[in-house]
Design a protein around this ligand. Structure first.
Ligand code: HEM
Ligand SMILES: *[C@@H]1O[C@H](CO)[C@@H](O)[C@H](O)[C@H]1NC(C)=O
Ligand SMILES: *[C@@H]1O[C@H](CO)[C@@H](O)[C@H](O)[C@H]1NC(C)=O
Ligand SMILES: *[C@@H]1O[C@H](CO)[C@@H](O)[C@H](O)[C@H]1NC(C)=O
Ligand SMILES: *[C@@H]1O[C@H](CO)[C@@H](O)[C@H](O)[C@H]1NC(C)=O
Ligand SMILES: *[C@@H]1O[C@H](CO)[C@@H](O)[C@H](O)[C@H]1NC(C)=O
Ligand SMILES: *[C@@H]1O[C@H](CO)[C@@H](O)[C@H](O)[C@H]1NC(C)=O
Length: 508
């Protein structure tokens, strides 16, 4: 009898799978007939096998969607899991998609099955129409807007760590930037969001051998966050997202346990918020609007995580370019700009924000190596996407988003005054034009529109502080790439584990 039931179940599953695959196939045909090119993909597995191979090559999944396609086209299609995803790859489409966000388009993200498990009720996963959306977003921006406090926290941790790592003229020290920045971003984010006691806070979680172990809270948070991300990126979990939540593997059960530990710890931390911390400010604001506690908690968790590897990647790519001998001119200009500010300014925290050259270098690093994104939207209803004279019929449920990576690299998307080729690193394209470019529909490392990143100011400030303090202490240094990493592995985006070493000079 059980075998019969099992056979029936299996048959139902198979029929469902066939149906789902057939539906995706039809949808793909529907878009192809409208002239949308698709990324080469495999039956059932879709483009995921390609994506998977890219991960092993330390390249982001976006790479699969942009290679082998004659750009620019308006849209590029791909199969993602059992859904169709369209990427906007022209400026006009990007502009339309941003304007239609909240109208025809909204967040739909498989990330809830991934790192989103740490904060399923976070604003990042909520629909735009959610009742508290605007208040929550405003609360986040307001609460993280104390740039004076952030400046002091970031400076203190940068100075402490640079001393600890002996980053100074004359020491001859060799530093692994990756390690240094892991510490910097964890301490600064933890301290900023939750207060200084967070740095020493610890929790008991299951380590990779399934043994209980005390770990620093921020380490455990980041590790769980990263492991959730990598686990959900496993091939089958990318094809059917909810699989990554099922307790079918030891790893899945361990992650579920650790996620619970961290969420409980945060409940405790919320009870006694440190004065002036982001946690205190968000809790006060959200309570005023009657935002449920679980949403407030999850917004705080998200804010803590969001400023780790994104900021680390941005600093790494900024330093990578700035310390390159070819960019010595830029390094000198930045030093000249920041020295008077760091040496004797009461208002360093605001003045640093107005450093033209430093900003241009960071913006260019964000263009060249965009850390990654949460942009993950889908069409909430059937609608006509009209671009120039062309009408694309979009079906509800199709994922459709601008591809930031492609826009950042595609000449026709940029205005005519940008005459510098986009495949070279050159901050001068931003000098005198930063206002127009930052905030446009072709340059958006932080997204744009109603779902844009509320942490842009925080991220930029942390990067500025670290880079400025580093250069001031250790202007003369050079970089090397570790033996085991090929040159092309030095892409500093979210999926990349690439690193480089910085050698401090041996004489003063
Ligand atoms: C260099 C650092 C960072 C980069 C490059 C970055 C990038 C992004 C991008 C591309 C998005 C998607 C925007 C869109 O869909 O239009 C996003 C969303 C988001 N980011 Fe950031 N981010 C950074 C730092 C931060 C920080 C420090 C915080 C914490 C306050 C943060 C919190 C968020 C949240 C909550 C969302 C979701 C917003 C929504 O769904 O409406 N990010 N980020
Ligand atoms: C990817 O990065 C890891 C960690 O840095 C490295 O060990 C590995 O060799 C890299 N893979 C390739 C294909 O370069
Ligand atoms: C990083 O960015 C570069 C350039 O934008 C891209 O070619 C590469 O695929 C990305 N790699 C990762 C690991 O995201
Ligand atoms: C977070 O943890 C992952 C995995 O252990 C590690 O690769 C990454 O560098 C860490 N990031 C930070 C900011 O600590
Ligand atoms: C954290 O612990 C270290 C070493 O025990 C100590 O030196 C430091 O002052 C502590 N920091 C905070 C903020 O409590
Ligand atoms: C969060 O709170 C809301 C409102 O109180 C509730 O509807 C929702 O189910 C809660 N979410 C979780 C995961 O408990
Ligand atoms: C390190 O060297 C640079 C340039 O040679 C100099 O401007 C800077 O003051 C030195 N820093 C320290 C801490 O000695």
């Amino acid at each position: 009898m059980w075998t019969n039931a099992f056979t029936v179940l299996l048959a139902i599953l198979l029929v469902y799978l066939l149906y789902a695959v057939f539906r995706v196939y039809l949808l793909r045909r529907f878009y192809e007939k409208q002239g949308i090119p698709f990324v080469k993909s495999y039956a059932i597995i879709g483009a995921e096998l390609q994506v998977f191979k890219l991960y092993q090559k330390n390249k982001s999944h976006d790479h699969a969607y942009i290679q082998n396609i004659q750009l620019p086209t308006d849209l590029v299609g791909t199969i993602r899991g059992l859904t169709v995803q369209l990427y906007g790859t022209s400026r006009e489409v990007s502009e339309k998609l941003i304007h239609q966000t909240g109208v025809y388009l909204d967040r739909d993200t498989p990330a809830v099955f991934s790192f989103g498990r740490l904060g399923p009720d976070a604003i990042a996963f909520a629909p735009y129409s959610e009742y508290f959306f605007k208040q929550r977003k405003m609360a986040l921006i307001r609460a993280t807007g104390d740039s004076k406090r952030l400046f002091h926290i970031a400076s203190r941790h940068a100075q402490d760590l640079l001393t600890q790592f002996r980053v100074e003229n004359g020491t001859g020290q060799i530093i692994d930037v990756f390690e240094l920045l892991n510490h910097f971003t964890r301490r600064t984010s933890g301290d900023f969001v939750w207060g200084k006691n967070t740095v020493n806070r610890s929790v008991e979680v299951l380590n990779s051998n399934d043994k209980m172990e005390y770990m620093s809270f921020m380490d455990a948070l980041n590790e769980t966050f990263t492991e959730l991300r990598f686990y959900s990126n496993k091939l089958w979990n990318r094809i059917y997202f909810p699989l990554s939540v099922w307790p079918i593997t030891r790893e899945a059960r361990r992650l579920t346990f650790n996620t619970k530990v961290i969420r409980n710890e945060i409940d405790q931390m919320m009870k006694y918020p440190e004065k002036n911390s982001v946690s205190e400010a968000v809790q006060i604001d959200n309570a005023k609007y009657g935002v449920p506690l679980n949403m407030t908690r999850d917004d705080l968790i998200t804010s803590t995580i969001a400023g780790l590897d994104t900021i680390k990647s941005t600093i790494m790519s900024t330093m990578w370019h700035l310390l390159n001998e070819d960019n010595m001119k830029w390094r000198e200009m930045v030093l000249a700009e920041i020295t008077p500010i760091l040496e004797n300014s009461e208002n360093a925290y605001t003045e640093l924000a107005h450093c033209k050259v430093l900003n241009a270098v960071i913006y260019e690093a964000l263009r060249f190596e965009t850390p990654g994104s949460l942009i993950n939207n889908y069409a909430t209803k059937d609608y006509d996407l009209i671009v120039r004279e062309k009408t694309y019929k979009i079906k509800a449920g199709t994922r459709i988003v601008p591809n930031i990576h492609v826009l950042h690299y595609t000449e026709p998307c940029w205005p005519e005054y940008n005459t510098i080729p986009l495949d070279v690193f050159d901050p001068s394209r931003f000098i005198g034009h930063d206002k127009e470019i930052v905030g446009s529909c072709y340059y958006m490392p932080f997204g744009k529109g109603p779902r844009r990143c509320p942490g842009q100011a925080v991220g930029m400030l942390m990067v500025r502080v670290f880079v400025a303090i580093f250069l001031a202490r250790n202007f003369k240094c050079h970089i090397t790439i570790p033996q085991d990493q090929a040159n092309d592995v030095t892409y500093f985006n979210l999926s990349s584990r690439a690193t480089f070493s910085i050698h401090c000079n041996t004489e003063n």
